[in-house]
Design a protein around this ligand. Structure first.
Ligand code: GLY
Length: 369
């Protein structure tokens, strides 16, 4: 397994539970890339457009979440924060109202429970929201998960089941040789029955002989970690025109996120903080009195069609991609693990591989073998 973020850890845990001998290699260690910055939102009906393949993937993965977390909670020492408290999307003008009412019609059509709140109803239901709100759409199925606690439980469980985590390891080549794979870093080679590329934005740096490199690009997200000090903390994820705010039981609120194409720069910027603080105050006026505890940064791994690459490479079927999850790595982790585990251990090629195959980019300009 190449990568110890949420995708690599979830797959490693699932494989190890089934008795596979798993080594997880990472250039920094568990939860050090995009996952540590994630706000942990489980929000398919906001992230995925109507009838889109992304929506289909996200809804299927969300349906796995209750049992995924429940199973890990049985053994987790520190607990895992997980709540299906819904999302409240807020409109601050008439155009926003029209857009959200259009979304409500769509959700009604596909049988997803939602509720429209006018401005007064928003203010009594969620007093932290700006009095300028024109209305809000409550989508009840949505939720949130604490990513650090989830990662801790996954790594703990994977280790108990026999998986090893090795870092810092920078793999440069993964090659299929007959029915085996060879994974090579500067000073070592590992051999095994299969390899999974789950390196997020860094997946492109791994060379697979005979296979074009995956065109993954990093998209930086900065988030503010606020300690709420004045007024009511929001009771659920609130999503405004320019930011989202995710409340946690420890009294903190994560506000995100910027979308920046700046290569592998994981730095924070005044402009990013300025944009997010303004957006937070616009949505939640009491954010003015919050303490700024930290600025988080993650590089979302984006593929050209904004869908993940999950599945084997046709030219090297013992090498499996599990990368490019872009804005939804945490949400898509259980489904990704189910698909990869099914393929590697039960020889199941899920129909979803037709959409998520990593080979779909092979003919793109710039792909190099
Ligand atoms: N899923 C939210 C984000 O990537 O900012």
């Amino acid at each position: 397994m190449l990568g110890a973020g949420i995708i690599g850890a979830t797959i490693a845990e699932a494989l190890a539970q089934r008795g596979a001998d798993v080594a997880v290699l990472d250039m920094r260690g568990p939860n050090r890339g995009a996952s540590q910055a994630s706000a942990g939102m489980l929000t398919p009906y906001i992230e995925g457009e109507a009838d889109s393949p992304l929506l289909n993937l996200c809804v299927r993965s969300l349906s796995l979440y209750d049992s995924f977390v429940a199973r890990l909670l049985e053994v987790s020492r520190g607990g895992i924060e997980y709540a299906r408290t819904g999302t409240l999307e807020i409109a601050l003008d008439d155009d926003g109202v029209a857009k959200l009412l259009g979304n409500k019609v769509w959700l009604d059509t596909i049988g997803v429970e939602s509720e429209w709140l006018d401005g007064n109803a928003v203010r009594s239901f969620e007093p932290s929201i700006t009095p300028a709100a024109h209305g809000g759409l409550l989508t009840l199925d949505h939720g949130l998960v604490g990513v650090t606690s989830l990662m801790n439980a996954l790594v703990h469980q994977a280790r108990l089941a026999g998986a090893t985590f090795e870092f810092p390891v920078e793999v440069h080549t993964v090659a299929q040789v007959g029915d085996r794979v060879e994974v090579t870093s500067v000073d070592r080679t590992w051999t095994g029955d299969a390899a999974v590329i789950a390196g997020g934005s860094w997946s492109r740096r791994v060379r697979i002989p005979g296979v074009p490199s995956l065109p993954v690009r990093p998209v930086r997200g900065q988030l503010l970690h606020l300690q709420w000090c004045e007024g009511d903390q929001p009771g659920r994820i609130c999503w405004g025109p320019h930011c989202y705010a995710v409340p946690w039981s420890d009294g903190t609120v994560l506000v995100g996120a910027t979308m920046e194409e700046v290569g592998f720069d994981e730095g924070t910027t005044v402009a990013g903080v300025n944009t997010l603080t303004s957006a937070a105050i616009e949505l939640l006026p009491h954010a003015t009195g919050a303490r700024l505890d930290a600025i988080r940064v993650g590089l979302r791994p984006m593929l050209p069609d904004e869908l993940p690459a999950i599945g084997p490479f046709a030219a090297a079927p013992r090498i499996v991609a599990a990368t490019g999850h872009y804005r939804n790595g945490v949400l898509l982790a259980p489904l990704t693990a189910e698909l990869v585990t099914g393929y590697l251990l039960d020889n199941v090629r899920d129909d979803l591989f037709e959409i998520t195959t990593p080979d779909r980019f092979a003919k793109m300009e710039g792909g190099s073998a």
